[in-house]
Design a protein around this ligand. Structure first.
Ligand code: NAP
Length: 321
């Protein structure tokens, strides 16, 4: 299968690229700046790199059409990090780019499009998220994701493309962004410093990045997996339990700064999702339990700590994406 991946240099996309190569796919990656593609540096000789950005897709259209992707995996997104959630480029660049990408996919003979949505599409909902809930995003990030999923679905119907939109809750794992909760706590503890934390009562549903990549792959294989689906582990844990596990794995003697940060500004105390719709459509289920995923993540950060030398030393709150 010939696959085009946007966001292939990111935390989740790089894991997906690895999986696609392992499945013997031919993979092209839309890349803004090859010198910054450190997460896939070892794979570059096996990939076709297409220079371009969601902001200027027409410039990449010829190369994409030349590659003729059968499936497009759309993970690229300007401002996926917390600090840019209300940047207007969420709409101008990401929404416009997603719709443009669909057109280019069709012109290239593409039949399948799998995009990454977010829990942010639901807004500040406490309790179990089901796909039927009214979506009330509170950020431009959530709004742009919601529009990309809805308009993308409509446009795909017109263009004759099978379209899947996966509303992912929170991913974690190796090579994550430094300012999300789990990497920040790990890096702090590895430096022998006390992480500053909220009270830790929030419950979050984290999904290990390998499970995310496998879910994206299975979505593309299954004709019934068309439409909008939640993607999560289905097993939320408190921030306190997660941090205590990290502490046990790194150095239980180090103090933890519970309550040193104010409660998160997000009014979400419990982020969990019903994932039965996706399970029924694909048979997918998470394979890596939280305990094991945290152990692997700590090991990776221990070995790659140097990459994060300038990382911000303060927990900024959970990366509620
Ligand atoms: N991580 C989570 O917990 C989570 C949860 C829900 C949804 N998601 C969604 O999952 C996707 C991947 O997330 P991630 O955590 O892997 O994010 P990430 O590590 O921040 O990666 C973002 C990717 O998007 C690319 N990108 C940024 N702006 C772009 C643009 N203008 N044109 C083309 N590509 C652009 C980046 O390329 P560069 O390398 O050039 O910067 C990078 O490859 C995103 O769509 C995100 O919104 C993530």
């Amino acid at each position: 299968m010939r696959c085009l991946v946007t966001g292939g240099t990111g935390m989740i996309g790089s894991r997906l690229v690895r999986l696609l190569l392992a499945k013997q796919c031919r993979v092209a990656v839309l890349v803004r700046e090859p010198s910054l593609a450190w997460r896939i540096a070892d794979l570059l000789p096996r990939l076709e790199l297409i220079g371009g950005s969601l902001a200027s897709l027409p410039e990449a259209a010829g190369a994409i059409q030349g590659f003729r992707p059968q499936t497009v995996f759309h993970l690229g997104w300007y401002g996926a990090v917390n600090s840019r959630r209300n940047d207007v480029r969420q709409v101008t660049e990401n929404l416009g780019g997603t719709l443009e990408l669909l057109h280019i996919a069709r012109e290239s003979g593409g039949q399948r499009f799998v995009g990454l949505g977010s829990q942010a599409e639901y807004g500040a909902h406490n309790g179990l998220l089901t796909e039927e809930l009214p979506a009330r995003p509170t950020t431009l990030y959530g709004l742009a994701k919601l529009c990309a999923g809805l308009v993308g679905q409509q446009l795909s119907d017109t263009l004759g493309i099978e379209f899947t939109w996966l509303r992912l809750l929170v991913a974690y794992g190796p090579a994550d962004q430094a300012d999300y909760l789990i990497p920040t706590v790990i890096l702090s503890l590895l430096r022998g410093e006390k992480p500053r934390l909220t009270s830790g009562v929030q419950r979050w549903d984290y999904l290990y990045v390998e499970d995310v990549a496998e879910a994206i792959w299975q979505a593309a294989q299954e004709p019934r997996a068309v439409g909008v689906f939640n993607l999560a582990s289905g097993q939320p844990a408190t921030v306190r339990a997660i941090v205590e596990r990290l502490s046990d794995l790194i150095d239980p003697r180090l103090p933890l700064g519970w309550g040193e940060l104010p409660s998160p500004s997000l009014p979400i105390r419990s982020l969990e999702a019903d994932i039965s719709k996706f399970r029924r459509a694909t048979g997918w289920g998470p394979r890596i339990p939280l305990d094991e995923g945290l152990r692997r993540t700590v090991e990776w950060f221990r070995e790659n700590q140097g990459r994060y030398a300038d990382a911000d030393r303060e927990v900024k709150g959970v990366g509620a994406s």
